[in-house]
Design a protein around this ligand. Structure first.
Ligand code: F6R
Length: 605
């Protein structure tokens, strides 16, 4: 979802900016561009589509000495993905890149148009550069002109701006969209990016900007002001240089690699948190659950599905009332938020705009807040009262897999942690649950046999008029997640349904071209779920049953292992539905890691 990079120094600006943009590809984009100021000479390049198009356009360009540069991958919000709408946007002698949404851009644009300013794009971003130049023309020094511009903007933004007349400076501002600056100890170089990865191998220390921060960098250093205009010192942290997990390791796609990685990352998630008779979260304040009578979980997309799974576990094991909310809905429906509720935001990235805003809402309403997140130092982690990191490692595939797996693992542990506090499970049952958790890494191992089976099976599911993924209890959120995976990367229509709901309408669609992926665990309502599938089979729907128990009414049958508990069946079936989507998508020739229209990190509402 739009990515920003910036560079100041003697190095090869073009290569550094393009490298940075490549590292941000996973966020999703439909056009890209860079602008470099060397002396008083501007060079700017933009291209629609993938970064190779921009690389092609810049192939004959090189900087020779000191320069400042900014770059951007754009995911269209205001205006189509065209070259004119791609960033950087030009005024008369300045360029800007921006991630986020300027909410008052329409009024600002109207005023500027009335004053005779010429706009080239349909974007909200372009107002920034024209406002800046208007302030310059009014006689303000460049930094004051930039400061005044930032103060005029409403909305979410991470902004970088370069201008002639200040050839050794990059101006920046951050509010609501992520941005950091990196440095090394032995050079004057400065590196900007929307996330850590572009800076790995370049910077050794980074400062994460906070909402309201703005300022400038030059050879001498970094000058930051907070939203009150008070100067503040950067707070540098060491940047981890481990890039190993960010490479494909021989797998065809990152998503495939990430499915295989689940066994290791779940082990990491469990590490140090499971004692023999107790679940331990050292990172949680011991009084976090004091005075709490209810838990409200809030998230988007896949993280929402893991939250739904959590609601079954929290109520079943910890007997605590739990509700689950889609973040974009909660934001605007004037909800009742009471201080005996623990607000839990779930996010792989920790940057999803809607989820972040609900977290702010909950904080403002005085609720205690907890974040389940995969990215340390992300906006949500920094904002919440407490956080649990899922430890999934960098997830590059746009379709989330290992992040979901680790979120559900955390929730299972958290439900037990809570049950300890509320004494809702016997010691014996708690010990049994802890033993089961230790078996999750084994349950998600992808065997050659299974993967081969999914490869063969996938060819039968490339047509038809839709898929229903069905399951009961916690297998209903898994069905939702299975359907989301399939539609994201195969572009085939798929829905997740509670098995028992099919007869209340959807069964009308049943015919041989309707594919039902039936989750039939042995240890959770098997007979009930089976009879729901039989109803569909009787109406000639094509059935693919996923179960440890053979099912004679199925057209296709994927045998899962005999497990001791439904949660182990849950994790094993999760892998099966992930592999099914992967193989269908590959057969259809789609870009598995970067599906059309999708972005990895959705930092606009
Ligand atoms: C789907 C997927 C998305 C995200 C959603 C929330 O595969 O990845 O549905 O789950 O955009 O993102 P996070 O978890 O980063 O808040």
């Amino acid at each position: 979802m739009c990515g920003i990079v910036g560079y100041l120094g003697e190095g090869n600006s073009k290569e550094i900016l393009l490298h940075g943009l490549k590292e941000l590809e996973y966020r999703g984009y439909d056009s890209a561009g860079i602008a470099i100021l060397e002396g008083d000479n501007f060079s700017s390049f933009k291209a629609v589509g993938k970064l190779v198009n921009l690389e092609e356009k810049t192939k004959d360009f090189q900087t020779k000495g000191f320069s400042v540069g900014i770059g951007h991958t754009r995911w269209a919000t205001h205006g189509k993905p065209t070259e004119l709408n791609a960033h950087p946007h030009l005024g008369e002698s300045s360029y800007v890149v921006h991630n986020g949404i300027i909410e008052n851009y329409a009024e600002l644009k109207e005023e500027l148009l009335a004053e005779g300013v010429n706009f080239l794009s349909q974007t909200d971003t372009e107002v920034i550069v024209h406002l800046f130049e208007k302030n310059l023309k009014a006689g303000l020094q460049p930094f004051k002109a930039f400061e005044k511009t930032v103060q005029t903007l409403d909305g979410a933004y991470a902004i970088l701006l370069i201008t002639k007349g200040e050839e050794e400076t990059i101006f920046f501002a951050k509010n609501g969209s992520p941005m950091l600056v990196g440095i090394t100890q032995d050079s004057n170089e400065k590196f900007f990016a929307s996330s850590d990865t572009p800076l790995i191998g370049y910077a050794t220390e980074v400062n994460y900007f906070e909402d309201g921060d703005y300022g400038y960098v030059n050879k001498e250093g970094i000058v930051i002001f907070n939203e009150e205009g008070v100067k503040k010192e950067p707070s540098f942290k060491t940047l981890s240089q481990n890039k190993l997990s960010a490479q494909k390791d021989g797998y065809r796609f990152f998503m495939e690699k990430e499915i295989y990685e689940q066994t290791n990352v779940i082990s990491d998630t469990l590490l140090g948190r499971l004692h023999d008779e107790e679940v331990v979260f050292d990172e949680l304040p011991s009084d976090l659950f004091d005075g709490i009578n209810e838990i409200k979980l809030c998230a988007c997309g896949t993280s929402y599905h893991s939250a739904l799974s959590a609601s079954y576990l929290f109520e079943r094991y910890a007997r605590v009332k739990t509700s689950v909310e889609v973040a974009s809905e909660l934001r605007y429906r004037d909800p009742i938020l009471t201080t005996d509720t623990l607000f839990v935001a779930i996010s792989q990235s920790g940057e999803t705009a809607d989820t972040l805003e609900t977290l702010k809402m909950a904080k403002e309403a005085g609720l205690k807040t907890l974040v389940i997140c995969n990215v340390d130092n992300s906006s949500m982690v920094r904002l919440a009262d407490a956080s649990i990191l899922t430890r999934a490692g960098v997830e590059k595939g746009v379709a989330s897999t290992k992040a979901f797996a680790t979120q559900v693992t955390v929730f299972w542990m958290l439900s037990l942690y809570l049950s300890q506090k509320k004494q809702t499970l016997s010691n014996e049952e708690l010990k049994r649950q802890i033993c089961l958790l230790r078996e999750v890494p084994a349950a998600v191992v992808v065997t050659d046999e299974l993967h081969e089976k999914m490869k063969r099976l996938s060819k039968r599911y490339l047509h038809g008029h839709g898929f229903f993924f069905i399951g009961r209890d916690i297998f209903f959120p898994l069905a939702l997640e299975g359907a989301l995976k399939l539609k994201e990367i195969s572009y085939l229509h798929a829905e997740g349904y509670p098995s028992g709901e099919m007869k209340h309408g959807p069964i009308a669609l049943a015919d041989p071209e309707l594919f039902t992926i039936a989750l039939l665990p042995e240890h959770m309502l098997y007979d009930k779920a089976k009879s729901n599938v039989e109803e569909l089979s009787a109406r000639d729907a094509t059935i693919c049953a996923i179960s440890p128990l053979p099912f004679d009414k199925a057209d296709d049958y994927i045998a899962t292992k005999k497990q001791k508990d439904y949660m182990l069946e849950f994790f094993e079936m999760m892998v099966v539905v992930q592999l099914l989507s992967l193989e269908v998508s590959i057969r259809l020739g789609n870009d598995v890691d970067m599906p059309r229209n999708l972005a990895k990190s959705v930092t606009v509402e």
